[in-house]
Design a protein around this ligand. Structure first.
Ligand SMILES: [Cu+2]
Length: 364
């Protein structure tokens, strides 16, 4: 019969596509089967990219099957031209209906399973990192600091103690200090005095803490801060496990390195906001300059919050850190290890809002 032949051919075509993929060693890392995604430079990125590719392949296979059935039905089960009869109706076929309820359930379960497996891998940060980096986002730039390198603590404990002390002062801000000075209160009376006193003693908005309390932010001895004229460059070694601790000094930002195929929201007060602000990458696989961006609309200059990850050899990284410890700037230390002292993957944008010129794009 004619339609069984068509079906057989469709099945054969599908089998060929699957066989081609399996025979190619299931390596979907090529321009076609990445389906628009970049290659990625971390093992985490590779896992996510493979998952994406296989999801699209599965969706396409399912799509071809469904399109096949649709066209088969349209072509071979039409009302015949010279027959007054409808084709045989197959509604309320219990077995068929149970089957096409069951199949999507299986598809969702499989996708869910692999989503959880990949997600758990990407979110895991239980292993000991070689380099721990503090990332602080603020309107509108980034600060990067090295907290720990090969077990050596590099936190700026003096600065952090100072911030903690300032926070303590905010907590105990009472009728005798700051905006609730006695002199001010002495001028008030009755309802106004009561109101002002209430205001002074009211717990802060962040779980009772003051909104001005920034003691959750991290400070390190070696830091790189971006400005509107300089794109901050975060220098990292290849082949080392890196751990990122991210926090915002103001509104919600998002840390996004395109070649890591990863981004995560950077929020203020991560603990109070129940945000897991730590993540790891097993390693960066290749040296190079990788552009980073803020991926959460965070105000007027959001689009200019760019940074760069510069991946260098572990030896050069050690030299870079030693130079930074000796007081060299990021640019000077980069130049000393034979790297470009300024970002190469992106450039500072023109912050003049009245300017009509496009700028800041590499090659412009
Ligand atoms: Cu931002």
């Amino acid at each position: 019969m004619q339609h069984s032949r068509v079906l057989r051919r469709a099945g054969l075509a599908l089998a060929l596509v699957v066989a081609a993929l399996v025979l190619s060693g299931c390596d979907l890392n090529n321009g076609v089967t990445r389906f628009g995604w970049p290659e990625g430079v971390t093992p985490q990125a590779t896992k996510m990219r493979d998952f994406w590719s296989w999801s699209v392949v599965a969706a396409l296979a399912m799509g071809v099957f469904v399109w096949g059935l649709t066209f088969w039905t349209v072509a071979f089960h039409r009302k015949k031209k010279d027959s007054p009869e409808f084709p045989r109706q197959t509604g309320y076929n219990m077995a068929l209906e149970l089957t096409y309820t069951f199949i999507p359930f299986v598809i969702i379960s499989v996708l869910f399973y692999f989503t959880v497996v990949v997600q758990n891998y990407v979110n895991d940060h239980t292993k000991k990192a070689d380099v721990t980096v503090d990332v602080t986002a603020f309107q509108w730039n980034w600060k990067f600091g090295y907290r720990e390198i090969d077990g050596v603590n590099m936190a700026n404990t003096a600065k952090e103690a100072e911030m903690a002390k300032a926070a303590e002062a905010l907590k105990t801000r009472s009728l005798t200090t700051g905006e609730c000075a006695q002199e001010e209160l002495a001028k008030l009376s009755g309802e106004a005095l009561k109101e002002r006193k209430d205001e002074c003693l009211r717990p802060g908005p962040v779980h009772g803490k003051s909104g001005e309390d920034l003691s959750y932010l991290k400070y390190d001895n070696v830091e790189t801060v971006g400005s509107s004229t300089e794109v901050p460059v975060l220098v990292l070694p290849i082949d080392r496990r890196i751990e990122f601790h991210i926090a915002s000094a103001d509104v919600v930002h998002s840390f996004w390195v395109i070649d890591f195929l990863f981004k995560r929201d950077v929020v203020p007060n991560p603990a109070e906001n129940h945000s897991d602000n730590i993540f790891q990458i097993d390693k960066i696989e290749r040296t190079g300059a990788y552009v980073g961006r803020c991926a959460e609309m965070c105000g007027a200059y959001h689009s200019m919050m760019n940074f760069e990850v510069r991946a260098v050899s572990p030896e050069n990284f050690q030299k870079y850190i030693d130079l930074r410890k000796q007081g060299k700037t990021t640019g000077e230390a980069l130049a000393a290890i034979g790297e470009s002292p300024i970002a190469t993957s992106t450039a500072p944008f023109n912050t003049d809002r009245a300017s009509k010129e496009a700028s800041g794009l590499p090659g412009k």
